[in-house]
Ligand binder design. Structure first.
Ligand SMILES: [Mg+2]
Length: 301
């Protein structure tokens, strides 16, 4: 846990720092100029800010206001140290987003108690944000391959359809299915089969562009969402995917190499008259043709 002390007086800042040694494990940084403090927060957010109120560059309320505009500041508590006991000063600080006050001269025991409480709250909120982000990952990611799971891929596709409609942009989608995948499982077992799926997903992610989305729809079936992409551009992207898979074998534990290929069905969205289900169904039919016509190939409408 790190504490940032902002105070134009070097001696009061160092006194605070000395008093905090037992609570903050010496991880306190002093800033004599609040502007420098704000700048430093862009690099790394502290876990708690203790700021003086009366400073020549900007007062504690204005500093708090600026701090609350920074990214990821929401759960960082701010304590304002002030000699001014008047209600208006405190209200200004509270409105600006301060959480607590300390009166000068600072009582060491009270300072430590308040800092300890604030750091406890901060720790809880950091743990909570981590848990939420982990849950979001679990809800949106396919565990085996780390690409989007079916539900999240469909969400992305619908979002992109809305965007394509609003800006009148082309949008393409590709169904990608591993060829003869049942044989991989039958011959090498499910552990290698799982490795092969992760290997494919990795190659897909490497071959598509930054704004494209890869999803695993189930089994050995994947899909690519290609925003702002006409069928002509999409053919180039999917050809890169097809070739990459065909050229990149998976090294097996016994030293052998497993060579896989994929069949791809590619279609461009027809616009508002086509919903996501029929859009994907059309890609699925193109995929079926690719399978029928010999696999390791792309078919499109
Ligand atoms: Mg001062």
């Amino acid at each position: 846990m790190t504490v940032m002390i902002v105070d134009d007086s070097c001696s009061s800042a160092e006194l605070l720092q000395a008093q905090l040694v037992s609570v903050a494990e010496k991880k306190t940084t002093i800033y004599l100029d609040p502007k420098d403090a704000l700048q430093a927060c862009l690099q790394s957010m502290p876990d708690l800010v203790i700021t003086d109120f009366v400073m020549p560059q900007m007062d504690g309320a204005d500093f708090t206001k600026e701090f609350r505009k920074l990214k990821n500041n929401e759960d960082v508590p701010i304590i304002v140290v002030t000699t001014k006991e008047d209600r208006d000063t405190r209200l200004r600080c509270l409105h600006a987003g301060a959480n607590d006050f300390l009166s000068k001269p600072v009582d060491e025991i009270e300072l430590q108690a308040r800092v300890r409480n604030m750091l406890k709250l901060r720790a809880r909120s950091v743990a909570l944000s981590r848990a939420i982000s982990r849950l979001q990952d679990l809800a949106t990611t396919d565990e085996l391959t780390s690409v989007n799971n079916r539900r999240h891929f469909l969400e992305i596709l619908r979002t992109e359809m809305n965007r394509a409609k609003r800006y009148n942009w082309p949008l393409s989608v590709a169904m990608v299915d591993a060829d003869h995948f049942k044989q991989v499982n039958d011959r090498f077992g499910h552990a290698i089969g799982d490795n092969a799926l992760a290997h494919l997903a990795h190659l897909f992610c490497e071959s598509v562009r930054d704004h494209d989305a890869v999803g695993r729809l189930g089994g050995e079936e994947f899909a690519l969402c290609l925003p702002v992409t006409s069928i002509e551009r999409a053919k180039m992207v999917t050809e890169r995917v097809r070739r990459r898979v065909a050229e990149t074998g998976l090294r097996l534990p016994d030293g052998d190499e497993l060579n896989l290929t994929v069949s791809i069905g590619l279609v461009q969205w027809q616009g508002v008259t086509e919903d996501s289900a029929s859009f994907l169904a059309r890609a699925d039919r193109a995929l079926y043709r690719a399978k029928e016509r010999g696999r390791n190939r792309i078919e499109h409408d």
